[in-house]
Design a protein around this ligand. Structure first.
Ligand SMILES: Cc1cc2nc3c(=O)[nH]c(=O)nc-3n(C[C@H](O)[C@H](O)[C@H](O)COP(=O)(O)OP(=O)(O)OC[C@H]3O[C@@H](n4cnc5c(N)ncnc54)[C@H](O)[C@@H]3O)c2cc1C
Length: 836
């Protein structure tokens, strides 16, 4: 039996479900022949075989939609390419709304779909009934129709992908269990199986719900946890035919799909049932879990309301299978940050059939090309950290995650399970002052502060939310007085050693060869010239730099930086995030406040923008850095964690008569968007370069020694900017709230999408940033001036003014992008607050 078993391979794929087979298919299509896939049971015998097979294209992130659209194209073509049927049928899908709010959400979805180029139509209840005659429509508010959606047979798809892979050289071994992974010098070297060992250059973990344990074999954190997931299949029902679209009724948590003249009905209940707390059995092959009608009851009840014919339909099958879910309901893809040459595609949150085609291709391109071929941040494994692998935390979180598929995707929606998780030293102090916390990278962060007597809860809505007037006061404090921000969640690294400067010069597009005591804002670019990150580098000493980067980017940036420290360099990166709290002291009176608690000289001549210096505050010694994301005079204080409470109390007491206020992340969003300050992951991604983003001031093309991405940027420099980041402002009194994702039109034609939006209290209107594309003409102020721009907010065209996102000049109190910054504008905002 072991005769033909290989002793070495270029790539070993662990797992023969749809995802592993898709990866083998795409690796071989990219020319890697020496690919070995190992499956402990038989192909598709894990989770894939019992999937319902729905394939819905639309996701909130354009590149995620792109992945699934590719899946649909692949599935449609696979039979012709492999000779095996896949059951793919482009039957379209319909999603119905039971409430006015859900209909608003569907209209917003339609706007996002158009921004992403996905065909979509908004339907009346009657039109929905024509497409799905056996459903009750009397209670509906409307629906949307996506003609490109479809369904497929998961097992057949898997076999077709496997055949396609074999035809180009991949070898697939069933009944072969991986029992260990050996490492050499921090990289994978060998896979141990029940049939022998295979030496390899690359390992890809595509082992579904078993992936977490396999990750542990090689020190890789794969945070996923199984939950039970159920559907029923009925006998034939009159009116159900193979062309019947897939139908989703998210307010009832349910979906329907035709199968052999009957209906598959399943769903995503809000309170899910975790499974596999003691590990997933290795022999769980073509197996299911016991029926659980109690758990299914809520879905059944809602389905009977929607499709009365179910009352008399015979139920052929009750199917309960485990599927793996992740902490944020997005799958996990990419190169593991902990161990070299280990790649992961797992945790598909009941979207593995829809996603497998695109995910397999994206991972194959990543493996072969050494980096993702486009921005994959929503699914990038590096959005997690090691602490996300905690089993108890995962079990508690997964209860909520399954239901997210059909939960209302409210703006600012926060998950509530498995919290609080990471707490700043100021957490209790801020909670006592009314902080309403949100969560990012596990950190509890104040979103806004509820004054006494106001409920400490964000009231979700697509319109103005309950915090509007309170955040106005936080915003005002920062623009007119002084505000304190707990920004402890920033990721922080120390780069130390005699070669630190040289390493950072190669990584950073700006010139960080500055004297100790200076800080520099800089992009870190990939070879394509796209943003891998944007961060602040502060030189604390000749051989020591403090790097400040976004909360969510801690793992990713550390991985990128460490991956570019040459083996011979005397430079070490240390994550010091937990060691320092960050307190922002921001606003025109910040100097006055700080001046009361420090002996350090703070005036412009002594402490200009971009200075970083150790100063005393009360009893504590902290690093003070003069910079501001909010665009006001201000200092970020990097405070050793044990001094954080002291420093905070000292500032709060000293600022009483200055009206110092606590302010949260909703105020930051409003403040930074007025100034056109970009956020990595939204405005800035690996697909965007600094010229397009208006950040050319932070690029030193001619600095000695060059930097990663320089050649791409130099080549792009002279070309006309046909794609550009633009600031928008809408000040009409009845402007609806925008939240990001909206379609942008110019003279009525779609030309882009909004990445971030908020209410700008100083400007008195909706402020937004978004990417627009021209038909080939350079996008410049004249091009913008010639056109009438609008945002599509839930189907309503909202006229906006547009400005090229200005180059920052590197100051901390720059003008807003739209030059109407004045106190009278603020009074206007007050009037808005009353109306809200
Ligand atoms: C009830 C239900 C309905 C669903 N409906 C849909 C749907 O309509 N649309 C959709 O897109 N998705 C759906 N899904 C989700 C979908 O089934 C999964 O996301 C997908 O099958 C995951 O594929 P995979 O290849 O990652 O995992 P799997 O199919 O589980 O494959 C992983 C493989 O790895 C193997 N393996 C594990 N450990 C080892 C080892 N040590 N050595 C060797 N091999 C190993 C396992 O045996 C297994 O075969 C549904 C899921 C469920 C449970």
């Amino acid at each position: 039996m072991a005769d033909d078993f290989p002793t070495q391979a270029r790539a070993v794929i662990i797992g023969g479900g749809i995802v592993g087979c898709s990866l083998a298919y795409h690796l071989t299509r990219l020319g890697w022949r020496d690919v070995v896939l190992l499956e402990q049971g038989r192909l598709s015998s894990g989770t894939t075989w019992h999937a319902a097979g729905l394939v819905g294209q639309l996701r909130s992130h354009a590149n995620m939609t792109r992945l699934i659209r590719y899946s649909t194209e692949l599935y449609a073509a696979l039979e012709a390419g492999t000779g095996l049927a896949t059951g793919w049928k482009q039957c379209g899908s319909i999603t119905v709304a039971r409430t006015a709010e859900r209909m608003t959400q569907l209209r917003r979805t339609a706007s996002t779909a158009r921004a992403q180029g996905v065909e979509i139509e908004v339907l009346t209840p009657a039109q929905a009934g024509e497409k799905w005659p056996i459903m009750r429509t009397g209670d509906l508010a409307g629906a949307v129709w996506l003609p490109g959606d479809g369904k497929a047979n998961p097992t057949d798809l898997t076999q077709a992908l496997a055949r396609g892979a074999r035809a180009r050289g991949a070898r697939i071994f069933e009944q072969t269990r991986v029992a260990g992974i050996r490492l050499k010098d921090g990289a994978v070297s060998m896979v141990e199986t029940n049939r022998g060992t295979v030496a390899c250059d690359v390992v890809a973990i595509c082992a579904g719900q078993w992936s977490r344990e396999i990750g542990r074999m090689c020190g890789v954190t794969i945070p996923l946890h199984s939950a039970e997931h159920m559907y029923i299949v009925t006998e034939r029902i009159d009116g159900v035919h193979p062309d019947l679209p897939v139908m989703r009724d998210p307010d009832g948590y349910i979906y329907f799909k035709e199968e052999v003249g009957g209906l598959v009905m399943g769903g995503f209940e809000p309170d899910a049932k975790p499974w596999g707390m003691d590990g997933i059995p290795a022999d769980f092959e073509f197996q299911l879990l016991p029926d659980d009608w109690d758990q299914f009851e809520i879905l059944m009840k809602n389905a009977l309301e929607r499709v009365p014919a179910l009352e008399t339909a015979a139920i052929k099958t009750f199917l309960n299978g485990p599927e793996s879910f992740t902490p944020d309901n997005n799958f996990i893809l990419g190169e593991a940050p902990e161990t070299r040459n280990v790649f992961v595609a797992a945790g598909f949150n009941s979207m593995g059939i829809a996603s497998a085609g695109g995910a397999g291709r994206a991972l194959a391109e990543w493996i072969v090309g050494g980096e993702p071929s486009f921005d994959l941040w929503p699914v990038d494994i590096r959005r997690f950290a090691r602490f996300n692998g905690n089993r108890v935390w995962l079990r508690d979180r997964v209860k909520e995650v399954l239901g997210l598929h059909y939960a209302m995707p409210w703006p600012n929606h926060e998950l509530t399970t498995a919290r609080p998780f990471r707490r700043s030293p100021l957490f209790d102090r801020l909670a006592a002052k009314g902080a309403v916390f949100g969560s990012k990278m596990g950190w509890e962060r104040p979103n806004w502060f509820a004054p006494p007597g106001i409920e400490r809860r964000t009231g979700y809505s697509f319109g103005r939310q309950n915090w509007f007037a309170h955040v106005a006061e936080e915003h005002r404090a920062c623009r007119e007085g002084v505000a304190l921000f707990d920004m402890t969640s920033f990721a922080k690294f120390l780069m130390q050693g005699p070669d630190s400067e040289q390493v950072l010069q190669t990584l950073c597009a700006n010139d960080v060869s500055v004297p100790a005591g200076r800080s520099v804002y800089t992009p870190m670019l990939n070879e394509r010239g796209g943003f891998e990150s944007d961060l602040t580098v502060a030189r604390l000493a000749p051989d020591c730099f403090l790097i400040l980067t976004g909360t969510a980017q801690a793992t990713r940036d550390a991985h990128w930086i460490r991956g570019h420290i040459p083996g011979s360099a005397r430079a070490v990166l240390t994550d010091v995030t937990s060691g320092y709290a960050v307190i922002g002291v921001m606003g025109p009176r910040s100097r006055e406040l700080l001046g009361r608690v420090t002996h350090a000289a703070l005036d412009q001549a002594d402490f200009p923008f971009g200075t970083v210096r150790e100063i005393g505050i009360g009893y504590a010694t902290v690093w003070a850095s003069r910079r501001s994301y909010m665009g006001e005079l201000g200092w970020e204080l990097y405070v050793p964690s044990e001094f954080a409470v002291t420093v905070y109390e000292t500032l709060a007491e000293a600022g009483g008569d200055l009206g110092v206020r606590d302010a949260g992340y909703y105020a930051i969003e409003s403040l930074r968007l007025e100034k056109g300050h970009r956020a990595w992951g939204r405005e800035l991604t690996p697909d965007d370069n600094p010229w397009e983003a208006g950040l050319g001031f932070a690029v030193q093309l001619d600095k000695k020694g060059g930097f990663i991405g320089r050649e791409a940027l130099a080549a792009a420099r002279g070309r006309p900017l046909t794609r550009r980041l633009v600031s928008f402002l809408a000040t009409a009194p009845d402007t609806p709230a925008a939240w990001g994702g909206e379609l942008v039109t110019a003279n009525g034609d779609p030309i882009g999408g909004i990445t971030s939006a908020a209410y700008g209290y100083t400007l008195g209107g909706v402020v937004a940033l978004g990417w627009v594309r021209s038909a080939g003409e350079p996008i410049d102020p004249a091009w913008l001036a010639e056109r009438r721009f609008a945002l599509d907010v839930a189907g309503e065209p909202v006229p906006v003014r547009a400005r090229v996102c200005r180059h920052l000049t590197g100051g901390d109190s720059g003008a807003t992008v739209f030059l109407i910054h004045s106190r009278s504008a603020f009074r206007k905002a007050d009037r808005w607050g009353v109306m809200g």
